[in-house]
Design a protein around this ligand. Structure first.
Ligand code: PLP
Length: 400
């Protein structure tokens, strides 16, 4: 019998973390890898945030804090929700954790019983189904077709709901597809959810600010206030503020859920780092203009990447509406043969071929629940992106 508990055998390591690690190892072994797997902005944390941290350390803000976050940070989060999302929360409805990931983990652990169902639209961010499995739940994957912009449709949601459904997970702008929902599209989903009062909504809004072509962000509790009493709205500083390593995420939900999540966190990690909370406070309260400037840079890169991808025979890419990923189809190269004589049968084969033949690291769509696709992160410099696209084109051109 294995010493390792069965819950660990039920899950797989995060494919994006593994790919990042593999690219670092290959680089260390001397290979010139172009890594386009990164889920983090290549920009630096803003200087005002770093300066605030120095002040916090000098003021000895280095001790345990309240488990669910410092009162100052929770107040700033309430203000953020009022400012950006027209949502009113009290401090008892806010929890700060070690990244948005911990908020998701806490919420599912606190609410999902053996065999409960959690609806996860595909493509999905890699961690949702595995955290559901850790919580003894059953991920119910609902395909969102490329023809529908990779968005969940009301009729597909209606069909997926059963008496065992605990949660619907929403994530927009979406990782990996970049799909976003308009006010009207969220309203259509909300109408279904209003008919099923036992279903809670977990909305992961971490890419809220990274939206293109002048789109406006909307979140479900704002679009349908009647759902606020069963919605967990998740956000964080990782993406918009280029603060992935600081590990601060937060959630807003009815106090009954927040209280349970704080209780769980009190027996696991306790408070998120005090210094990182001081950093997040400054990020949320300080200047915000740089976010739009950086988003404009992401949009230029998106246009370069998608334009170039669509010039490569066998590859087809839709235009992402937000986040910093392109999610092209590689259906047109499957069945072809590499110069080494291997027939490409899946997106995983294709991604391995790119790594071996061209030292190009991207992630297979299979990791996000949709094949045959692959994900390219454009959170990297234009010259590196261009080199990556050149290698991709060369790899595709060498197939027979
Ligand atoms: C959709 C989505 N949600 C949550 C996270 C986790 O973010 P954090 O760094 O706050 O844990 C990520 C990170 O890649 C993400 O892409």
């Amino acid at each position: 019998m294995s010493f390792i508990a069965s819950r660990i055998n039920r899950i797989k390591p995060s494919p994006s973390s593994m790919a990042g690690q593999r690219a670092r190892e290959l680089r260390a072994s001397g290979r010139d890898i172009v890594g386009l797997t990164s889920g983090e902005p290549d920009f630096d944390t803003p200087p005002n945030v770093c300066e605030a941290v120095v002040r916090a350390m000098a003021a000895s803000k280095t001790k345990y804090t309240d488990v669910g976050g410092t009162p100052e940070l929770k107040a700033a989060i309430c203000e953020k929700f009022r400012r950006d999302n027209d949502l009113d929360f009290g401090s008892g409805e806010i929890i700060v954790g070690t990244g948005g990931k911990q908020i998701i983990f806490n919420a599912l652990m606190c609410t999902v019983e053996n065999g409960d169902e959690v609806i996860v639209p595909t493509p999905y961010w890699v961690s949702y189904p595995d955290i559901v499995l850790l919580a003894d739940g059953r991920p119910v994957l609902v395909p969102c077709a490329p023809e529908n912009g990779f968005k969940l449709r009301a009729e597909d949601l209606e069909r997926a709901i059963t008496p065992k459904t605990r949660w619907l997970v929403l994530n927009a702008p979406n990782n990996p597809s970049g799909a976003t929902y308009s006010h009207a599209e969220l309203k259509a989903l909300a109408e279904v959810l209003l008919r099923h009062p036992h279903v809670w909504i977990m909305t992961d809004d971490i890419y809220e600010h990274i939206l293109y072509d002048g789109r406006q962000f909307a979140t479900i509790a704002q679009v349908e206030p009647a759902l606020k009493e069963r919605t967990l709205t998740i956000n964080g500083v990782s993406k918009a503020y280029a603060m992935t390593g600081w590990r601060i995420g937060y959630g807003a939900a009815p106090a009954v859920l927040v209280k349970a999540m704080v209780k769980l966190q009190s027996q696991s990690t306790s408070n998120a780092s005090s210094i990182s909370q001081a950093a997040a406070l400054e990020a949320l309260c300080g200047p915000q203009d740089f976010i739009a400037e950086r988003t404009a840079i992401f949009q230029q890169r998106r246009d370069i990447v998608v334009g170039e991808l669509n010039r490569i025979p066998g590859i087809h890419c839709h235009l992402p509406e937000g986040a910093f990923y392109a999610f092209p189809s590689c259906a047109g190269v499957l069945g072809k043969t590499t110069p080494e004589g291997k027939v490409l049968a899946s997106d995983e084969d294709f991604v391995l071929y790119l790594l071996e033949a061209q030292n190009l690291a991207v992630l297979q769509g299979d990791a996000y629940g949709v094949s045959p696709f692959f994900r390219i992160s454009f959170a990297t410099s234009v010259p590196r992106l261009q080199e990556g696209l050149r290698r991709l084109s060369q790899a595709c051109g060498a197939l027979r």
